[in-house]
Write a protein that binds this ligand. Sequence first.
Ligand SMILES: [Zn+2]
Length: 396
Amino acid sequence: MTTQIQIDGEIFQNAIDILKDLISFQTESGKSNLELINYCELKLKKSGASSLKTFNNSKTQANLFSTIKGENPDEIGIVLSGHTDVVPAVPSEWTSDPYLLREEDDKLYGRGTCDMKGFIACTLAVAPLFASSKLKKPIHFSYTFDEETGCLGAPLVLADLKKRNLNFSSCIIGEPTNMKVITAHKGYNEYKTHFTGLSGHASDPENGTSAIEYAIEYSNKLMELKNELKNKKRENNLFSPPYSTLQIGKITGGIGANVIADKCSLEWEVRPINKSDGDFVTKSIDEFSKNILLPKIKNNNPNGDIKKEIIGEVVGFNKEGDSEAVNLISNLTGDNSKDTMSFGTEAGLFQNSGISTVICGPGSIDQAHTVDEYITYDQLKKCLKMLVSLKEKMVN
Ligand SMILES: [Zn+2]
């Protein structure tokens, strides 16, 4: 009952006010998030938290890792984790300014409300509650940059924590799952392969080399690999579809039917159900490229080339046998469905660092990355309730 009163009152309004501030920072992936990070650091400092920051090379982006201490120095803590970057928004497509929080019909509109500043706002709103309680173990707040473009920030935090010998028992990633407990997701690898040929008049093919023809041979190899992935025997059937997928999403090249194309590029992705499938594709296509296709290109044209660019490689999140994090959050939310999902997150990175991890956060993935993105009051309240229950569980 106490919990309910708190959530409907001051703490809920506080979360909305914070979300309004967070939305106003235009933290598109790749752009500076320093103002937002300073804002969060200051808020947490007021709750007595101490902070560590890690930066990108040009110091324009930062990850924040803040800690509210527990009373028992031997107990290791729990991490609440969210990414601060958002996907771009085209203001002319939106009903209202995407960076100005709008409230209507118990919904809050704005870029990042759902993915995932709503969760960050909830964690900041409950921080003073954690701070004023006698916690058995520490609670940590991890806010990262550039998750949407390949999880670039999180590895820096994790490396820093490892260097400092800091350990954690569980990590809760608050990506939008409608507050459902998610226990696994596939990896996500994205690539762009560039082919260079030699331009010439189509009437004399011997005078040029077609980048498009090489891209087709490369594509055929990718399609072979796609079928091999599908035909691999699987022990578990966690995912839908229950195998690793590969697809080419974009081909660009050439200027017209009568000109030999000197440039072509392929944009393609792999969603591996385990790391070995991802490694299998990389090894196979790179070997084909180096040993078969490239010598053929060079034979026709010494300046011809193939370059594979890695856009992002997000490791998968694997189901843990008896997961401390999953048990904890299932207990707090009452959700025992323990589902899987198809989009990538930072969960695999935390898990690979030896931290028991679960994904559970407010909002629906259907609203993430959309025009007029929103989160409902109901989802924010459910998240606040979960966090307040977590606090109660951590009190002596
Ligand atoms: Zn996200």
